[in-house]
Design a binder for this molecule. Structure first.
Ligand SMILES: C[S@@+](CC[C@H](N)C(=O)[O-])C[C@H]1O[C@@H](n2cnc3c(N)ncnc32)[C@H](O)[C@@H]1O
Length: 387
C-alpha cells in the first residue's frame, strides 16, 4: 500500500479477479478499490460533485454512486458509455430487461435492437440488454480467431457483425442477462450519476462544477480505443447514426494522424519540447514525420484537456489522475512529468504522487509500439489542487 496525502491507497491496476468478474473486459479500466481509497483519502462529502472526464467503463461513476456522491462521467466512446450505464443497473432493471425479451420473438433482429436498445445512455435497462448482446457478439467473433496478433486490434466488419447477431437467440440473451445479474452492484448506487457521451474537447458539454476529479487519461501507448471496441461500435451503429472513423480521429491518443499535427500550444513545458525534439531527431523511419505528428497531436490535445478541466472544476477542486509512462524506441516518455506540466499550466498545482510498479501482460502492450524490455511498468497517481 502506498500513500497519497497521508492515507494508504490500493493499486490502480485491476486485479485478475476484478477483471474476470467485470461486466466488460476493458483493458484500460482502473480498480474500484483505488477509486474508493481516493475518495476516502480526499474525505469526499455528500455535497461534493465527482467528475471523471475520461470515464471509460465507468469505474469512478460507479464507486462514487455507491459512496453516496453525485457524479458525472464523460467519454467519447459510445460503447463505453453503454458499459458505464449498465454498471449502474440494479436487479429491477434486470427484471425489466428479461420482461422485454419475454414479449418479443425468438431471434435477434435489427428491429429488436432499434426498438429496445436505442438511446441506452440514460437507461440502465436498455444498456443492460445491449451489454448482453455486446458480450455474446464478442465471444462469437473471437471464436473466429479475430484477435490472432493483437488482442486490442479487432479486424472485423459490419457484415461479420450482422452475421454474428443473426445467430444470437433470445434464450442466449436471457442466459447472458442471468450471468450479468450475478455481477451487478448497481443496486447499491445511492446518489445521482450522469453520463455524458461526448468529446471532452467538443463544444457541447453541459455545465459542470466538480469538486473532485478522479480519472485516467488515454495513454501514449498507441492503443487504438476504437479498434479495441470495434465489435461493440459496429453493433451500436445498427441502432444509431455515428461515424466510427470520425470517432477514431477525435480520440485523444489516436494513432490516426490525418493532416499533420494539431497546432501546438505555447505552454507545453521544457520537458515536452525536449521530448518532441528527441523524437524529431531520431534516426528511425517516420520519426520526424508520422511519429512527431502523433506525439504533437497527443500533447496538443492533452494541454487543451487540462485547460478544459479548469473550466469544469470549482476553485480549490482536487484532482487525482493515474498515468503510465511508455517508450518511443529507447526514449522514455514520462507521462507523469508531461501531465504535471500541462496540468500546472492550467492552474492545477501538484500536491503529491504515489508510484505503483506492476508486471505488464500482453493485453496491456501494443506489440508494434514496444520492444524495449517493458515487461515491468509503473503507474503513477498524481494529486493536484486547482489554485
Ligand atoms: C484510460 S481510459 C479510462 C478508463 C477508466 N478509468 C475505466 O476505469 O474504465 C481513457 C478513456 O478516454 C476516452 N477518451 C479518449 N479521447 C476522449 C475525448 N476526446 N473525450 C472524452 N473521452 C475520451 C477513451 O474512450 C477511454 O475510454
Amino acid at each position: 500500500m502506498l500513500a497519497l496525502g497521508g492515507a494508504p491507497l490500493s493499486s490502480p491496476k485491476q486485479t485478475t479477479t476484478e477483471r474476470q468478474s467485470s461486466l466488460f473486459p476493458y483493458y484500460a479500466g482502473f480498480s474500484e478499490a483505488f477509486v474508493r481509497d481516493v475518495l476516502d483519502a480526499l474525505q469526499a462529502s455528500s455535497d461534493q460533485v465527482v467528475l471523471d472526464p475520461w470515464n471509460g467503463s465507468g469505474t469512478t461513476t460507479s464507486i462514487a454512486g455507491q459512496s453516496g456522491l453525485q457524479s458525472i462521467g464523460i467519454d467519447i466512446n459510445p460503447a463505453m458509455a453503454v458499459v458505464a450505464m449498465a454498471r449502474l443497473a440494479s436487479q429491477k432493471h434486470l427484471t425489466e430487461a428479461r420482461g422485454i425479451l419475454t414479449n418479443s420473438g425468438r431471434t435477434l433482429s435489427q428491429r429488436f435492437l432499434i426498438e429496445n436498445c436505442s438511446s441506452p445512455y440514460d437507461c440502465s435497462t436498455r444498456s443492460l440488454l445491449l451489454l448482453a448482446v455486446f458480450r455474446i457478439a464478442r465471444r462469437k467473433l473471437r471464436d473466429r480467431d479475430r484477435l490472432a496478433t493483437n488482442p486490442t486490434w479487432w479486424q472485423v466488419d459490419q457484415a461479420e457483425v450482422r452475421r454474428a447477431l443473426a445467430s444470437i437467440t433470445k434464450i442466449q440473451i436471457d442466459r447472458e442477462l442471468n450471468e450479468l445479474g450475478s455481477k451487478l452492484s448497481g443496486g447499491r448506487t445511492s446518489a445521482p450519476v450522469s453520463l455524458v457521451r461526448g468529446n471532452l474537447l467538443g463544444p457541447a458539454l453541459p455545465q459542470i462544477a466538480a469538486d473532485i476529479i478522479i480519472t485516467s487519461p488515454p495513454y501514449l501507448t498507441r492503443i487504438d480505443y476504437v479498434k479495441a471496441t470495434l465489435p461493440e461500435l459496429l453493433v451500436l451503429s445498427l441502432v444509431e447514426d455515428f461515424s466510427i472513423e470520425e470517432l477514431r480521429r477525435s480520440m485523444i491518443g489516436t494513432p490516426v494522424i490525418g493532416r499533420g499535427p494539431d497546432s501546438m500550444p505555447v505552454h507545453i513545458g521544457d520537458y515536452g519540447k525536449s521530448l518532441l525534439a528527441k523524437i524529431a531527431a531520431h534516426t528511425s523511419k517516420a520519426s520526424a514525420t508520422y511519429y512527431l505528428a502523433f506525439f504533437s497531436s497527443y500533447i496538443s490535445r492533452m494541454v487543451a484537456s487540462f485547460e478544459k478541466l479548469r473550466g469544469l472544476a470549482r476553485p480549490g477542486a482536487q484532482m487525482v489522475i493515474v498515468v503510465q509512462g511508455s517508450h518511443y524506441k529507447e526514449i522514455f516518455v514520462d507521462l507523469a512529468r508531461l501531465s504535471t506540466d500541462f496540468a500546472g499550466a492550467a492552474g492545477f498545482k501538484l500536491v503529491s504522487r504515489a508510484d505503483f510498479n506492476f508486471k505488464q501482460s500482453f493485453a496491456q502492450l501494443n506489440p508494434k509500439a514496444n520492444g524495449y524490455g517493458m515487461d515491468t511498468a509503473q503507474e503513477t497517481a498524481l494529486l493536484f489542487k486547482l489554485v
